[in-house]
Design a protein around this ligand. Structure first.
Ligand code: F6R
Length: 611
């Protein structure tokens, strides 16, 4: 987590850094700060809390200069106060460092620096880096940074400025993302591309171990072995305006509304508007190996892991390949049995989630075949996986994933159908039927969105809004929807919520049912519908407050509920795409009614780039 931006040019660095930090705030918002060099004068300003507090402190009291670094923090080491905010300075105050990642051997390094007489000001691991660079500095800043990176263990990206270097800024990455932006007489360093898109579209994605030295008109890069290297300059085509709210009160609500067009565009891109042909060009590098494939292991975190559960059901249903779904944080430290015929399928919106990145690298090290379903082009996973299937959801800014999730679901449906065709489990006519059913989904999603007022009115009822606990249950595809609905509500409303397989209720959770417990039941029409209705009867008999996600026209289901959100009837494998919408809207409206910070919930960050 944490966002980094650096500027070397001739414009007012403070404004460019603030603009970048505004775009980076999704990565962390515990505190923000910057260091700006004006000639040889290094000035630092930092504040605890949101970026607005830093902006306030600079109003009428700005930092002049055209070289500087900025940071927005998601606290790992040390509480989120002003002292622990970045940048951190060397003891003599000449070197300023901003950092994203974790220095895993920080406490050993700190003890050895303290033994040399260094007095630490903060409780962060980052301050260690500032002192280490100072310790190694012997007239060459990039060299001192390289030595610091060798000594510090863990995944990290840093950006460094120093007095007396004549307009020079140094960046380094290992395990955390860092890009360079090449402007006209100005250079940028940032954690991601949208940060600098308003100034330049020419970017370099730094590779593992790279150290870059930037002056306003020059960029030099050393690779992990210390050899000078030329990296590819990429012309970015996506639009930074896509990351604006466009009249919606929150990014989350905007992104919920974008889902029908995102899913429709993706289906059109990969399967056209008719017929039974799917074209997934990103998969071409895998085609030969896919023939012998006999097992898939899906690896992901959070919402993407929920998409993975839907993916398992889709792939097993359509392509008849056995699938396991693993949390990346478990998979990477486990000792899994993977053979040559196993495909490791990574699902990730950002392409930067630390555990998913490491899971991918682990799979690649043991020569396993890796495929990423990923949104952010140019991200670490998009670049390093053997093959990538892009979800094309556009920038997702709200911390709670919405369009990121549903675009993963439609990509998984297309992948499963494509695999079924390649393995001759489905013939072209059958594919055509299933694709037409999928093509009908975006209009149905639109209909779900048009029913938002019913969801909003329900969410504002005290019995739901003021609940201390809630439970989401479902079976089959509805089970995955229940897990995702529970996570959405929990993360933005702070209500304690559990997602459960409905069939498990009798094995413990039903003990929690009282008239103070809202139970959200995903009960759309499918093969296990009657079983869900039995679960709902049992909850109703115990006084639970039932909200049902029910198919249009299902009066038997609706009668069991205190409140109902109807969704159009669709084939079960695609039902999570519809159920997601009232579940997201419910979470959104409950959180909004409670006055929560919907787009930036406490303790979270959009991109989890630390373990
Ligand atoms: C929840 C949410 C997270 C992410 C998870 C993985 O709404 O957004 O649970 O799904 O952090 O992130 P990615 O998909 O970027 O790997």
């Amino acid at each position: 987590m944490c966002g980094i931006v650096g500027y070397a040019g001739s414009a007012y660095a403070q404004d460019i850094i603030l603009d970048g930090l505004k775009r980076l705030e999704y990565r962390g918002y515990d505190s923000a700060g910057m260091a700006v060099l004006d000639g040889d004068r290094l000035q630092v300003r930092k504040r605890a809390g949101k970026l607005a507090r830093l902006v306030e402190s600079l109003t009428g009291n700005s930092l002049p200069g055209s070289l500087g670094v900025g940071h927005t923090r998601w606290a790992t080491h040390g509480e989120p106060n002003e002292t622990n905010a970045h940048p951190h300075l060397s003891a003599d105050g000449r070197i300023a460092v901003v950092h994203n990642g974790i220095v895993e051997n920080a406490s050993q390094l700190r003890h050895s620096l303290e033994a040399e007489g260094i007095v630490f000001r903060s409780g962060t691991d980052t301050e260690v880096l500032a002192h280490l660079i100072a310790r190694h500095y012997a007239g060459n800043l990039p060299e001192a940074v390289a030595r610091c990176m060798r000594e510090a263990e863990g995944a990290m990206a840093i950006c460094v400025v120093m007095q007396g270097q004549g307009g020079l800024m140094v960046g380094a990455r290992r395990g955390s993302p860092l890009i360079v932006g090449l402007g006209d007489g100005e250079m940028f360093i940032a954690s991601d591309v949208p940060t600098i898109l308003s100034r330049t579209r020419r970017v370099i994605y730094l590779e593992e171990g790279d150290i870059c030295t930037l002056r306003r008109d020059r960029c030099d890069i050393l690779d992990a072995a210390g050899a000078p290297v030329e990296r590819l300059v990429v012309e970015v085509t996506f639009d930074s305006a896509a990351a604006e709210k466009e009249g919606y009160p929150h990014f989350m609500l905007k992104e919920i509304h974008q889902q029908p067009s995102v899913v429709s565009h993706q289906i059109l891109t990969y399967a056209g508007d008719r017929g039974g042909h799917i074209s997934l060009p990103g998969l071409i590098p895998l085609y030969e190996r896919m023939e012998s494939l006999n097992r898939i292991v899906i690896v992901a975190c959070g919402t993407a892991w929920h998409a993975g559960i839907v993916g398992k059901y889709l792939i097993e249903r359509f392509a008849r390949v056995p699938v396991e779904v693993e949390m990346a944080s478990e998979f990477r430290y486990g000792d899994r049995v993977l053979d040559d015929r196993t495909l490791v399928l990574l699902i990730t919106q950002s392409g930067e989630t630390a555990d998913t990145v490491e899971a991918m690298r682990m799979a690649k090290r043991s020569a396993r075949c890796t495929l990423a379903i990923v949104n952010v082009e140019g991200s670490t996973i998009a670049r390093e996986a053997d093959a990538a299937l892009f979800t094309h959801a556009g920038p997702e800014v709200g911390v709670a994933s919405t369009k990121g999730y549903t675009s993963q679901l439609s990509a998984l449906a297309l992948f499963a159908l494509d695999l079924a065709g390649k393995r001759n489990v489905l013939c072209e006519e059958e594919l055509c039927v299933w694709l037409d059913r999928l093509r009908a989904i975006p209009d149905m999603m639109e209909r779900c969105i048009s029913r938002r007022d019913a969801v909003r009115n329900c969410a504002r009822k005290p019995v739901y809004r003021d609940a201390l606990h809630a439970m989401f249950i479902g079976r089959g595809f509805g089970y995955a929807s229940a897990l995702e609905g529970a996570l959405k509500l929990k993360e933005i409303s702070y209500i304690h919520v559990e997602g459960y397989a409905a069939g498990e209720m009798k094995h413990g959770p039903i003990a929690l049912v009282t008239d103070a417990l809202p139970v959200i039941c995903i009960a759309t029409r499918d093969a296990v519908h009657s079983k869900m209705l039995s679960n709902m009867q049992e909850i109703k008999a115990r006084g639970g407050q039932i909200i049902g996600i029910v198919s249009d026209g299902d009066t038997a289901g609706a009668e069991l509920c205190n409140d109902v959100f109807f969704v159009p009837e669709c084939p079960a494998p695609f039902s999570p795409l519809l159920a997601a919408i009232p579940l997201q809207l419910f979470a959104y409206y409950v959180a909004d009614a409670l006055g929560r910070d919907v787009d930036q919930p406490r303790n979270l960050a959009k991109s989890v780039t630390v373990e």
